[in-house]
Design a protein around this ligand. Sequence first.
Ligand code: PGA
Length: 309
Amino acid sequence: MTAHTRRCLIAGNWKMNGRLSEAAALSTSIIEGIDSREDLQALDWLICPPFVHLQMVAAVLSGRQARSPDLAIKLGAQDLSASEDGAFTGEVSAEMLRDCACTAVLVGHSERRQHFAESEALIARKLKRAVGADLQIILCVGESEQARLEGRTEAVIADQLARLPALKQVIIDDMQKHREAAKSQAGQPEPLPHEAFSMDRLASQLVIAYEPVWAIGTGKSAKPEEVQQVHAFIRDRLAMAGWPSASMRILYGGSVNAVNAQALFTMPDVDGVLVGGAALKATNFLAIGEAAVRRIIAPLPKGNEAWLG
Ligand code: PGA
């Protein structure tokens, strides 16, 4: 698979914003907006409302998908529990998310790391749960302003990516366990869902979002060249760890809007964006997709790898 087959992903993180009625109006406008524009359907879209709005947004989405089954819009959650169902007051499990028609989840967002003291170890457990529930993962990584000033951007990101080999091992161990269990059963066992996991499958489930902490919600987006440099570093690191990195998507997040998105999308390793503030207004969110579509129409010069929708 070449980098040319990476589809651009436009993801919206609504954070803790809006009431039910606003979430209904926003999701309706976004979904109708995408469905009414054939060019916007060359992109993948993801919307991540608050937990309590998921079911309602799922109903809006499934209503539309009943008429437009090819609509490439997914529903995602902003977080998940690291535990299975049980006595964990206030938590929401991966299985509950699946139950609400969620097919994706953000993991390790810097606001979770910062305000809720999420450690790398906890994030690794959440990754495992998400993989087990077959959810697409958007793993967020990014350096603080201090780390950038000290020239530690790559070291911080390398550390945040260091849990991924462990994730691979979880899958391999799990497959082995299921194979052994199947062998010890009499007769012909049904193929188990985990048998289908391969590195490519896992890689297709995993998206990395580079979100420098200093750029989130500040109006200070990172410069496209800086973003490109970090994305290329992330892709290299993934490759070094044995991932099929050329086929994996790397998003940028941090004060993305329709204007700065245009320059970001000219960077060959930017495969989409994770949008906060600008995802709360349908016209702004759709305009970011329009900027991506313009890049599909006017691809990068030959020799520069790029996603083409
Ligand atoms: P922002 O948020 O677009 O408001 O900076 C991005 C994010 O937190 O994912």
